[in-house]
Design a protein around this ligand. Structure first.
Ligand SMILES: *[C@@H]1O[C@H](CO)[C@@H](O)[C@H](O)[C@H]1NC(C)=O
Ligand SMILES: *[C@@H]1O[C@H](CO)[C@@H](O)[C@H](O)[C@H]1NC(C)=O
Ligand SMILES: *[C@@H]1O[C@H](CO)[C@@H](O)[C@H](O)[C@H]1NC(C)=O
Ligand SMILES: *[C@@H]1O[C@H](CO)[C@@H](O)[C@H](O)[C@H]1NC(C)=O
Ligand SMILES: *[C@@H]1O[C@H](CO)[C@@H](O)[C@H](O)[C@H]1NC(C)=O
Ligand SMILES: *[C@@H]1O[C@H](CO)[C@@H](O)[C@H](O)[C@H]1NC(C)=O
Ligand SMILES: *[C@@H]1O[C@H](CO)[C@@H](O)[C@H](O)[C@H]1NC(C)=O
Ligand SMILES: *[C@@H]1O[C@H](CO)[C@@H](O)[C@H](O)[C@H]1NC(C)=O
Ligand SMILES: *[C@@H]1O[C@H](CO)[C@@H](O)[C@H](O)[C@H]1NC(C)=O
Ligand SMILES: *[C@@H]1O[C@H](CO)[C@@H](O)[C@H](O)[C@H]1NC(C)=O
Length: 827
């Protein structure tokens, strides 16, 4: 049993990340061009890749909304009705490289949206019936059926655009094979599995009226006349692109004229030979016929060349051909040489007056004959990449190159052995139209040189050049490829001389940072990926106002605050490789993390935010402290502390004055709200007893701070009398007075406090800060006012008098302490 892990996450369905699907099917049968017809837009989160999972049947628990399902490289044998029953959204299904033997016609009946079906490389013994009206791309190649006959159900493929068929057992094409598709919009077809063709019934292809591109993967060594019949039919239905894969097998010796069918074709424009053997005699005959047709683009891709005639390939003239050769593009890409000797190829280049593109790649040539290239006056693009050419192999010293490439615009010399940049740059002056020169992957050495103004696109990539390369460039260059050239440093000096530069490619170098003073507003595209850049400074981009594309991934980014602006505020639409190629390299604990995910809090990186937060924090702390302060009577204690300090100071001064007489007998502390009782009862009574009173307000010195007044009164009074009531408890000033008097009493006049309780105060109702008062109330060390009209009033007043009336002469602390009733204040 295998467990299948779905890549889909249901929650991500909510974030529709749309992307146009780039499809790649297995096998050679499907190339990028064939994918054109798919019209469904597949969401990345609805793609399911179950390839190489060892499956033996289609899993039954696939998410119903799967749009793309890849089951290739498994071991699934059968597809039945219901296998894809619930996948009503399925658009792309790949089951190539399995061991499918049979597919039920109803297997896909509930997948009405299926547009691409790849069942190549399986073991199907018959071509299955697939009545899929939406199907646009169907690959049935590399199976085991023995004929190409399509069933009547193929009439329902009304949208089919591309079809691939091929089986080693199906070697002939019958006139009825494709008739069910006669009304279909089939544009592109591939046929065959690389074997010799047995037969072709005339007009087999002519029913495919929409066909424009045909790929025949079959050999015509034994029956070359079959090719003539096929080509004849293709011309009738305007096929313009023909690719012949394995045209002839290795060692094929054809005596008859295998290419005769090409001569006179007038619809074919593109012709490609791929993966095939060519002897010089066959090649001569084929090319000779092709150039007498409408073909404009002729390509040879991965061919093996064997010289079987002593004169090699010889094409000098075309007897009896009155038209000019239409060939515009001739391309040889990858030629294997069967023999070790140089092949003999002799072609009269003046036969090809319209040739504009010539490619000669991976051929092993080391010398280009100067008479060949000089005969191609209209040549615009010459691609000699991937050969063994050196400086003199292209510019042979014996030749004059004065008027060699009058129209040449692009010269590709990648991956050769070119060396002397001065020599090459000298010769670019001989090509008046040359604007693009690619010298990548050579062994270029720098010497003093100069470039013509017409050369605007220069590639020197993959050469060992170093920073010195900047001394060898021209101000006319617009596009410069210095990928992998060992550059360590880029400076504003270096950039400022490249005044026309619009595209600069510096990937795969060792640049550590972009200069801060970069001022290159004309620069549109910059690649600095795969360097040693650890951070980007905002200033570096301020001078790059014209920048539209930046590739900067795969650098060792230091994920710290310096990069914060880049992650958060840099315009990511400029980044062509974001976010995949951006990862943290340091610090070690973040190494490997996607830069996109590196989101330091704004706080940690933004100084303004830091300042704002600091202010906020201080405010919060202060508020909290304030709240605590308020809740725990902080202000009160603070004020008391202040009072205490003053009292201490004054008591020190007072110590010398102890012998002096007091100014008052009694200081009365009471709440303003109890003033009625004090004014009408207490004060008249006490004054009637000849006691001198300091009464709050009346005897306070105006203009003094109230606390000073209180302190003065307490100090100048022999006794302090407190009128306790609920009002008193709530009065702030009274509390000061009590506090102060208590401490005064503690320090100097232990027994100077007298308390009158005007009304009951539950001791528990008092705030904790009135510790002493609570104690007093508990200990009942007070005189209780018996209330109005009580006969006990007399006793009360007597006791008050007794407590207050002490020897007027007593002045010293010791005396006073002894005379006062000891129970009043106990600490
Ligand atoms: C595929 O399954 C068949 C039996 O259904 C088995 O014989 C064969 O070995 C399997 N092939 C692979 C490659 O696992
Ligand atoms: C083709 O001819 C060569 C020699 O000319 C011979 O060695 C080779 O076997 C022949 N190939 C076939 C398939 O007949
Ligand atoms: C011929 O092939 C070339 C290269 O594959 C392609 O660019 C061109 O569009 C083709 N021309 C036609 C008419 O299909
Ligand atoms: C080149 O062609 C040969 C057959 O002639 C084939 O075996 C080989 O795989 C091909 N190479 C590529 C890279 O397609
Ligand atoms: C090359 O072709 C041109 C034009 O078709 C012809 O005039 C010339 O004679 C040919 N040269 C040779 C050597 O056949
Ligand atoms: C080419 O032109 C000549 C006379 O100008 C004529 O005799 C000959 O038949 C023509 N050939 C073709 C293939 O049209
Ligand atoms: C390039 O041209 C300059 C002057 O035109 C000449 O002095 C120099 O020798 C030439 N270099 C090479 C390598 O041909
Ligand atoms: C620059 O050169 C490198 C290496 O030769 C190549 O891979 C890349 O495609 C080139 N870049 C451009 C934009 O042409
Ligand atoms: C390139 O920059 C380096 C370092 O600033 C400097 O030495 C060199 O002269 C510069 N080259 C050019 C052509 O500006
Ligand atoms: C980001 O760059 C793109 C392309 O240059 C531009 O269209 C877009 O307005 C820019 N967005 C912002 C927010 O600057």
């Amino acid at each position: 049993m295998h467990t299948i892990r779905f890549r889909m996450n249901p929650s991500t369905h909510l974030i529709p990340f749309l992307c146009l699907l780039v499809l790649t099917a297995g096998g050679e049968s499907a190339n990028q061009k064939d994918m054109g017809p798919i019209t469904c837009v597949v969401q990345t989160n609805l793609q399911l890749d179950l390839s190489k999972h060892g499956l033996v049947k289609v899993p039954s628990d696939l998410p119903w909304d799967t749009q793309y399902l890849d089951l290739s490289y498994n071991n699934i044998t059968y597809l039945y009705k219901g296998n894809f029953g619930i996948l009503s959204e399925l658009c792309v299904l790949k089951i190539s490289h399995n061991s499918l033997k049979d597919i039920s016609p109803s297997a896909f009946q509930d997948c009405p949206r299926l547009q691409l079906l790849d069942i190549s490389f399986n073991a199907l013994k018959t071509i299955p019936d697939l009545p899929l009206t939406s199907l646009r791309f169907l690959d049935l190649s590399e199976n085991l059926y023995n004929s190409y006959r399509l069933g009547e159900s193929y009439r329902s493929l009304v949208n089919i655009n591309s079809l691939a068929l091929g089986s080693p057992w199906a070697r002939s094409v019958k006139v009825t094979d494709f008739s069910p598709l006669s009304a279909a919009p089939l544009r592109s077809m591939q046929l065959g599995a690389g074997h010799e063709i047995d037969g072709y019934e005339l007009s087999s292809f002519t029913c495919l009226l929409a066909l424009r591109e045909l790929t025949l993967k079959m050999s015509f060594c034994q029956k070359p006349e079959v090719l003539k019949d096929i080509l004849q039919d293709l011309d009738k239905i305007d096929v313009n692109t023909l690719t012949l894969i394995k045209f002839v097998p290795n060692q094929c010796n054809v005596s008859r004229d295998i290419g005769k069918g090409f001569k006179g074709m007038n619809g074919l424009l593109n012709l490609t030979f791929k993966d095939t053997w060519f002897s010089s005699s066959v090649l001569t005959k084929v090319v000779f016929n092709i150039i007498q047709s409408s073909v404009q683009t002729l390509s040879f891709l991965n061919i093996t060349f064997a010289q079987d005639t002593s004169e090699g390939v010889q094409i000098h003239s075309i007897p009896g051909y009155n038209n000019t050769v239409h060939l515009k593009v001739l391309s040889f890409d990858t030629i294997h040489h069967h023999q070790y000797n140089f092949p003999l190829i002799s072609i009269n280049a003046t036969l090809f007056p319209h040739l504009t593109h010539l490619k000669f790649s991976v051929t092993g040539i080391s010398i280009i004959p100067c008479n060949l290239i000089s005969a191609l006056p209209l040549l615009k693009v010459l691609d000699l990449s991937d050969n063994l050419l050196h400086d003199h192999g292209l510019w042979w010293p014996a030749c004059s190159f004065a008027h060699v490439f009058p129209s040449l615009k692009e010269l590709y010399l990648r991956n050769n052995k070119f060396k002397n940049l001065q020599f090459i740059s000298n010769h670019t002056y001989e090509m008046p139209s040359l604007d693009t020169l690619d010298l990548g992957s050579n062994v270029i050495t720098l010497r003093k040189n100069s470039w013509p103004p017409h050369l605007t696109n220069l590639a020197l990539s993959s050469n060992v050049l170093g920073d010195a390369v900047f001394d060898h460039l021209s101000p006319f260059i617009q596009t410069l490829n210095l990928t992998q050239t060992g550059i360590m440093q880029l400076t504003q000096n270096n950039m400022s001389q490249l005044t026309a530069l619009r595209q600069l490619f510096l990937s795969f170098n060792n640049i550590k940072s972009l200069p801060d003073d970069l001022s290159t507003p004309q620069l549109v595209e910059l690649h600095v990926d795969q360097n040693s850049i650890s951070t980007f400074h905002q200033r570096a981009f301020e001078g790059l106002t014209g920048l539209r594309r930046l590739k900067a991934g795969n650098n060792p980014f230091a994920c710290n605050c310096d990069l914060y602006w880049f992650v958060t505020s840099f315009n990511k639409t400029l980044l062509i490789d974001w976010p995949l190629d951006y990862a943290c390299y340091s610090p070690p604990d973040l190494a490997g993390m996607a830069l996109e995910k590196y989101l330091p809090s704004r706080l940690s990186c933004d100084p303004w935010a830091q300042a704002a937060v600091a202010v906020m924090t201080i405010l919060v702390v202060l508020t909290a402290a304030g709240a605590v302060f308020y809740a725990f009577d902080g202000a009160w204690y603070l004020q008391m502390l202040w009072v205490w300090i003053r009292v201490k100071r004054r008591s020190h001064q007072r110590a010398q004055r102890l012998g002096e007489a007091f100014e008052y007998h009694v200081f009365i502390s009471y709440s303003q709200k109890d003033s009625q009782w004090v004014d009408t009862q207490l004060v008249p009574y006490l004054e009637g007893e000849q006691l001198k009173l300091c009464v709050h307000e009346r005897d306070f010195t105006p203009g003094h701070w109230i606390i000073d007044n209180i302190i003065r009164c307490v100090e100048q009074s022999y006794k302090t009398l407190f009128v306790l009531s609920n009002n008193f408890v709530q009065s702030e000033w009274c509390n000061y007075e009590l506090f102060f008097a208590q401490h005064w009493a503690m320090g100097i006049q232990q027994d100077s406090l007298v308390f009158i309780l005007l009304e009951p105060i539950p001791a528990d109702s008092l705030p904790k800060k009135f510790l002493k008062l609570r104690k007093l109330l508990w200990q009942q060390t007070y005189l209780e006012w018996p209330g109005e009209n009580s006969h006990r009033q007399t006793l009360f007043w007597t006791r008050v008098k007794a407590l207050l009336k002490v020897s007027h002469q007593s002045t010293t602390l010791e005396r006073v302490a002894k005379e006062v009733e000891p129970e009043l204040v106990r600490e």
